[in-house]
Design a binder for this molecule. Structure first.
Ligand code: C2E
Ligand code: MG
Ligand code: MG
Length: 710
């Protein structure tokens, strides 16, 4: 009922609407013109026919006129020639008469008046008798016979003004024009009423539907056809409507399938089928929103992040197929070992994240971490009948204990995970607030360090190295200094390389920094050589530089660029470089050795060096770590280590240098043990280039110089 009313209202609307449409007006104009022209043609034809009968008509009309004229009065009175005098002239004054000739019954001319040129009664005569009328140029001649005028004995040949007749026709037409117009208009309106109902309204409805369908093909807002589809146009409209709806359905189906696919790709990891990091974050956000239960209790949950230890090695050595199988296996094990309420996601290459609601049975996040660790490490993964023992580092954080922002909880778990990795992997770390601050400070420092490199806040200081036997200066170590500007009175502070070098190493920034150091150190050494101080420059090269850049190429380039002789350059590396990739390290050190530069192992004794490796390396010098020297006088173990390093070095034909020599006693101890070279505050602190030059110039070359100084 409602629907019917509605469609009726709409159809009325459409009727109103048709008058706004162009096509309606075109059709209306076409119909109107057709009707008007047709009517005009019809009337024209009618008048044409009337013109043929014209003379007869005229004849009839004039008959009465003549009878009515005074001539007739006089004839009835019996005048022999009623046309004489004023009376004859009077006839000529009758409307439309141009002239006449009057005859008696014997055709004797009684009188003629006006234009009678060629007008003659005999002209009307033909074989059939008398013609009533003859047409001429602009006039019509008419013969009035006795029968026409009550058998009076006269013939009158009259000439009528035909132009006047034409004027009459036009005025008659004009008189009818209004009527014609009105008729055409009415007919047009009637035709439009039918055309509108049958063609225009459906067509406009169709065009409106198509317009809407093209505007929004997925959701065309089309209305039901308000008429019955009982003709071709109605069927077409209904068919088009169903096509539009089908099209919309198809688009929507394709779209939703694509959306599903996109959703899958965007939110799930294709390898394991687990949720990815984005979805995991969404789940966390959901948990965050539902943090307070109906009974007002805070819901706690744990976030556990997992990183497989040395997974890269498995991938590199065994191939990606094995790696992928293990990653899938880990995902499967995690998903099946945890309660259904847990969300397990793969958040990175070899990283997973889990969130588990803490309910009565699980109250400790670390316990969940331990369970996860057990699931991964307790049993090896079997791939192609091979067993792979996988270990992992785990970070744990709890909501809302560690952060009230769900995303932050994940970040905190990641921070804890990093700590677990730093602490030697295969371990679990719980988030502690301090980590976070430390991490933030490190990030800040990294940003500042980047600027420092660009803004030339980095400089080198140099610390002399002396030969213990002769007392001569034999070299200097380049030590990096970072003057970091701040708001303090001094305008900045020196940041220790011990603080910023590890950060530079982790970020890769060590590569450009290392390049800066090597280039500057060699340039400075060149200035010494130019002044005759032929001493060696020792430059620290970090392990990260070895792996992240081509140290050999850089060294070669800098040597060529600065022109110092290769044996005046010594590169100090720490034992850690040997631990990463022995083959590669040997190869690189060989190449450096071939260039002719010297190589020293820095901080010797603190790391883990295998004697067998040590023999393979083309090393020139061992540098005893300063901690042993510092304690050698108080601590027997440290003294013993120092002695051992010295004799080990010598047995391998290496020079031994001690750093951190602050006191005379240190010097005496080292001298006694046969140490070759020394470096330390006792002789000089690390100083800027101009001061080290001063040192070279002022120093006498005798160690007693420092006794006196002290
Ligand atoms: P390192 O190579 O073992 O450098 C020796 C460190 O001991 C220097 O600290 C130096 O100032 C300090 N030192 C020297 N003599 C004495 C002494 O008598 N007593 C005491 N207490 N300390 C002494 P610095 O300059 O703070 O450098 C620390 C570490 O930073 C260096 O240890 C080195 O590993 C690293 N480093 C410094 N410059 C660079 C560099 O240009 N590149 C790289 N990769 N690392 C650098
Ligand atoms: Mg060093
Ligand atoms: Mg050292």
């Amino acid at each position: 009922m409602e629907r019917q009313k509605d469609s009726k209202r709409k159809s009325l609307l459409f009727r109103a609407y048709i008058w706004k449409s162009k096509i309606t007006w075109r059709i209306a104009v076409a119909i109107f013109i057709t009707l008007f022209v047709m009517q005009s043609l019809f009337i024209g034809a009618f008048l044409y026919k009337a013109e043929i009968d014209h003379s007869l008509q005229t004849h009839k009309a004039l008959k009465n006129e003549i009878i009515a004229s005074t001539v007739m009065d006089r004839m009835i009175k019996g005048d022999a020639n009623p046309f004489f005098g004023e009376y004859g002239a009077g006839l000529n004054r009758v409307k439309h008469i141009l002239g006449y000739k009057a005859y008696d019954i014997t055709f004797e001319l009684l009188r003629q008046e006006g234009d009678v040129n060629g007008l003659d009664a005999s002209a009307f005569q033909d074989s059939m008798g008398y013609k009533k009328a003859l047409a001429g140029e602009g006039y019509i001649d008419v013969l009035i016979t006795p029968e026409d005028v009550n058998n009076l004995p006269f013939y009158i040949a009259l000439r009528f003004d035909d132009a006047q007749w034409d004027k009459d026709i036009i005025s008659a037409l004009l008189e009818h024009a209004g009527l014609l117009f009105g008729l055409s208009l009415a007919a047009t309106a009637i035709m439009l009423m039918f055309l509108g109902r049958w063609i225009l309204v459906p067509t406009l409805f169709l065009s409106e539907n198509l317009r809407k369908a093209s505007l929004s093909p997925e959701k065309p807002e089309i209305e039901d056809y308000p008429y019955e589809a009982n003709d071709e146009i109605g069927t077409a409209v209904v068919t088009v409507q169903s096509l539009i709806r089908q099209n919309a359905d198809n688009i929507n189906r394709i779209k939703s399938a694509a959306q599903d696919q996109i959703h899958k790709l965007a939110y799930y990891d294709t390898l394991t089928g687990l949720p990815n990091r984005i979805l995991f974050l969404q789940k966390l956000a959901e948990l965050g929103r539902a943090a307070v239960s109906d009974d007002g209790q805070i819901r706690r949950w744990a976030v556990i992040t997992i990183d497989l230890d040395h997974f890269k090695d498995v991938n590199d050595t065994m191939g990606h197929n094995i790696g992928d199988a293990i990653l899938r296996g880990v995902g499967k094990r995690l998903a099946s070992a945890l309660p259904d309420t847990a969300v397990v996601a793969r958040t990175g290459e070899d990283e997973y994240a889990i969130t588990v609601p803490m309910v009565t049975s699980i109250t400790n996040a670390k316990e969940i971490g331990e369970r996860v660790q057990g699931v991964i490490r307790n049993e090896p993964f079997k791939v192609f009948n091979e067993n792979f023992q996988i270990r992992c580092s785990i970070g744990v954080a709890t909501y809302p204990d560690d952060a009230s922002d769900p995303e932050q909880v994940l970040k905190n778990a990641d921070i804890a995970l990093n700590r677990a990795k730093e602490d030697g992997r295969d371990t679990i770390r719980e988030y502690v607030e301090d980590f976070d601050r430390a991490v933030q400070l490190r990030f800040q420092m990294l940003r500042d360090l980047r600027d420092a490199l660009e803004e030339e806040q980095l400089a080198l200081h140099f610390q002399p190295q002396l030969d213990l036997q002769s007392g001569k200066v034999i070299g200097a170590e380049a030590l990096l200094r970072w003057w970091r500007p701040d708001d303090s009175e001094k305008g900045g502070t020196y940041i220790s390389p011990g603080l910023f070098v590890p950060i530079a190493e982790q970020s890769g920034l060590i590569v450009p920094i290392g390049e800066f150091v090597l280039r500057n150190a060699c340039r400075t050494a060149k200035t010494w050589h130019d002044k005759g101080h032929m001493v060696r420059i020792a430059v620290n090269v970090s392990g990260a530089q070895f792996h992240q850049s081509d140290v050999v190429a850089l060294t070669k380039e800098v040597l060529e660029e600065t022109g110092i002789e290769p044996h005046y350059l010594e590169l100090e590396v720490t034992e850690s470089v040997f631990m990463d990739d022995v083959e590669f390290t040997i190869e690189t050190l060989m190449k450096l050795n071939n260039l002719g530069v010297e190589l020293a192992i820095d901080d010797f004794g603190t790391g883990y060096s295998s004697l067998s490796y040590l023999r393979q390396f083309p090393i020139d010098r061992l540098k005893i770590d300063q901690s042993f020297i510092r304690n050698a006088l108080k601590d027997e173990d440290d003294a013993a280590i120092t002695k051992t390093i010295i004799s080990l070095g010598h047995s391998l034909n290496l020079k031994v240098i001690a750093e951190g020599v602050e006191e005379l006693e240190h010097e005496e101890f080292l001298l006694k043990e046969g140490c070759d070279e020394v470096q330390g505050y006792r002789y000089s602190r690390p100083v800027p280039p101009d001061q080290v030059m001063e040192f070279f110039e002022n120093y006498t070359g005798d160690l007693d110089y420092f006794k006196k100084k002290a």
